[in-house]
Write a protein that binds this ligand. Structure first.
Ligand SMILES: [Zn+2]
Length: 286
């Protein structure tokens, strides 16, 4: 027994995305004219997000037949993409299809009523890295100076960025501040379990970055190197030495070349870099 969509639901699914395929990498137009001056061609399908019948792709036994055949469980796709999503269930998961659907509807909402000159059928989120120095301050445990950074993402595109993500390599020279963005273990996006050398933050359904907005993700930190009194101007620290040794040390932070991958639903993952010069600070010895 298949829980199929009604003709009305199929029409609404198509109309809600402007009759374009909801796969962000496809966006094929699915309706057009037939040679017969009164006929239309439909190349779209109302696909089930979770299977219409037992054993179907992504079947969810917890749903009732009414839920399974409701508009919430449908996504409008071209015929090719309709086949594609049923051929690989590990790649085309329920949450990915839901992201496609939300993005395609946003796309249509944003494009609605716009003229060709301002048409934004190509409207996309566009994410940029936000990485700025916060300050050099004491480590909570050791009290020696560390250089802290704010890590975030900025949407410089024209539409909402859904499922934003950022990952960077442990070898970047910057470590994760365990106290998070606000000193209270909070982060702007959920952190995924570590995968080898990668530290990854990725948002789910309820994490979005609006056009022209920034989202702070977390803080990062860099350890310094103790250079003893090397480079300290004695004139500035007349009592630099006491009988028990120097009163101050110079700490140096090496230059950073931070590379990361940033992504969101509907745009390809891009690798971006940002460099910071070395910096040093004179620090009271503890
Ligand atoms: Zn398609």
């Amino acid at each position: 027994m298949r829980d199929d969509f009604t003709a009305e639901i199929k029409r609404n699914l198509a109309a809600r995305v402007g009759h374009l395929c909801s796969n962000p990498e496809c966006r094929a137009l699915t309706s057009g004219p037939q040679d017969d001056p009164e006929g239309t061609v439909n190349l779209g399908v109302a696909a089930h997000i979770t299977g219409a019948s037992l054993g179907g792709p992504r079947f969810d036994a917890a749903l009732t037949p009414a839920m399974r055949s409701s508009i919430d469980n449908g996504i409008w796709l071209c015929q090719n993409c309709g086949k594609l999503i049923d051929s690989d269930m590990t790649r085309f998961t329920e949450s990915l299809l839901r992201a496609w659907k939300l993005t395609a509807e946003d796309h249509a909402r944003y494009s609605l009523g716009r003229t060709a000159g301002t048409s934004t059928l190509v409207g996309k989120p566009e994410l940029q890295l936000y990485l700025e120095i916060d300050k050099i301050g004491p480590d909570v445990y050791t009290q020696v100076p560390v250089r802290r950074f704010f890590l975030g993402l900025k949407n410089v595109g024209t539409v909402l960025a859904k499922f934003p993500g950022i990952r960077f390599n442990r070898s970047s020279g910057l470590g994760l501040d365990q106290f998070g963005i606000n000193g209270n273990y909070g982060t702007g996006l959920p952190q995924l379990p570590s995968q080898q050398e990668w530290i990854t933050f990725r948002g789910g359904n309820d994490h979005v970055i609006h056009a022209a907005e920034e989202l702070m993700v977390t803080k990062l930190w860099q350890p310094g190197e103790n250079r003893d009194v090397d480079g300290i101007n004695v004139k500035d620290y007349p009592n630099l030495h006491t009988r028990s040794g120097p009163t101050h040390h110079r700490w140096e932070f090496k230059p950073i070349n931070f590379r990361c991958d940033i992504s969101a639903e509907g745009i390809p993952t891009v690798t971006v870099e940002k460099e910071f010069p070395s910096e040093s600070v004179v620090w009271l010895r503890r």
